[in-house]
Write a protein that binds this ligand. Structure first.
Ligand SMILES: [Zn+2]
Length: 426
């Protein structure tokens, strides 16, 4: 739900890497390698530290589109051959740590976060780099490691404790977007409820465009991970439940912000199946959720708005879409570098509107666009987006990324989701 936004330009950073066509089978085996690391420090000074390597049975991603062409996210993982001359795989993502950097706590408290990246399993030695966005729009190196696939310490533990369910399956996971649903706060006695909830939420998903028109592009899986207790943690009300993923509300003191600190367990559970996106379904009727790009989604099972929240969060975690509402900040200049466009596709500060959705604006629509009845169905630039009231603009008056009062993505968000669906399913 909350996604801290830094102002970054759209750079064609990956352009030069795509010239040579890579053959998956030349470099990778059809399984996954996971690199876990800890990132720790304060807002001013932080470092990443090696935690573990793990071999996982499934590579859920594309075998064709190995190099990220979107330039979304606040981090990216780059996988090179041993000599660092050929980029073999890349992917953008965001993380809870990056959001935390913008909190008051990060100014004084030194804190650590567990993070994890998955890549296809290499046939030969590789060099992995993790880079982080700076406010000036560029990426800087955060971490680098040489990995030999013959390293005896690459863990190969088999996961066998839980059953796997195919909720919706339309075939080859390399050519589908695979979403794995992991339950939190469902006891053994509530597993039937979990299966019914999964089917219900998959139904919500296929009702929304462009998923509706591309329904056969998306597989849903579920892993029956059992919790000791029902529900989730609500620190603000001193309610604590022993659950498999330790999810909790009040992340960074925001009541409705639901997140999962136990990334290690989460990734272990996701690895039961091939996956591109992880969705945590939390067994509660309290309002809330969370979605972080290529990291994880969370939604509550039983709140009346859960249907709308489910696909809103997916907009963050799948397509890196920004929230299009105001929240807490007055001016964009309070949190953005106003000399460049934010990297998110669905917000603009009008510094370089041509690079955003100007081509979708009809002649005669004023920019900025007044939020009046006349323009209520038009694409324009409506002030108020990305948590700020002023100086930042959204594509339409309303969108799924702005409010729960509509179940539609605006044309800009929808196009982005369509492009990503194509990327995962080619
Ligand atoms: Zn939108």
């Amino acid at each position: 739900m909350r996604q801290i936004i830094f102002s970054l330009t759209i750079l064609l950073l990956f352009g030069s890497f795509t010239e040579k066509e890579l053959k998956f089978n030349d470099y990778f085996e059809d399984k996954a390698l996971r690199l876990d690391y800890i990132v720790a420090g304060t807002a001013d000074r932080y470092e990443a530290y090696y935690e573990q390597l793990k071999e996982e049975p499934f590579w859920g991603g594309s075998k064709v589109n190995l190099i990220d062409k979107f330039n979304f996210g606040e981090f990216r993982v780059l996988v090179y051959d041993k000599t660092e001359t050929t980029l073999l795989y890349s992917r953008g993502y965001s993380s809870l740590f990056y959001e935390w950097l913008d909190t008051d706590e990060a100014q004084t408290l030194s804190r650590s976060f567990y993070e994890s990246v998955q890549m296809p399993f290499p046939k030969a030695e590789i060099v992995v780099k993790i880079q982080i966005r700076e406010k000036n729009t560029n990426f800087k190196d955060l971490y680098k490691i040489n990995i030999d696939p013959k390293n005896m310490f690459i863990r190969k533990d088999k996961q066998t404790a839980y059953k796997v369910q195919k909720i919706k399956n339309f075939g080859d996971h390399h050519k589908k977007l695979d979403v794995v649903i992991i339950p939190d706060g469902y006891t053994a006695a509530e597993m039937d409820k979990f299966h019914k909830d999964c089917a219900r939420f998959a139904g919500y998903f296929y009702k929304v465009e462009p998923f509706k028109s591309n329904s056969k592009a998306v597989n849903f899986w579920a892993v029956d991970a059992v919790s000791e207790e029902s529900g989730t943690d609500v620190p603000g009300k001193n309610e604590w439940k022993n659950t498999v993923l330790d999810t909790h509300f009040y992340t960074f003191f925001i009541e409705r912000y639901l997140t999962c600190p136990n990334v290690k367990m989460l990734r272990d559970l996701a690895a039961y199946v091939p996956y591109d996106q992880i969705y945590i379904l939390v067994n509660t009727d309290i309002y809330g959720g969370g979605g972080i790009y290529n990291y994880y989604n969370l939604c509550v099972a039983d709140h009346p708005s859960a249907e709308q929240v489910f696909t809103h969060e997916f907009g963050h975690a799948f397509a890196a879409l920004a929230d299009e509402y105001e929240y807490g900040y007055e001016n964009a200049s309070d949190i953005f570098d106003m000399s460049v466009e934010p990297w998110q596709v669905n917000i603009t500060n009008l510094v370089n509107f041509d690079s955003k959705w100007k081509n979708l604006v009809e002649d005669g629509t004023p920019i900025p666009t007044p939020a009046t009845q006349e323009y209520s169905k038009k694409v324009g630039a409506f002030e108020g987006a990305g948590y700020v009231k002023k100086q930042l603009y959204r594509p339409t008056n309303n969108c799924k990324m702005r409010s729960n009062s509509t179940n539609d993505f605006c044309p800009v968000c929808r196009k982005t989701v369509e492009d990503l669906l194509k990327f995962y399913t080619e």
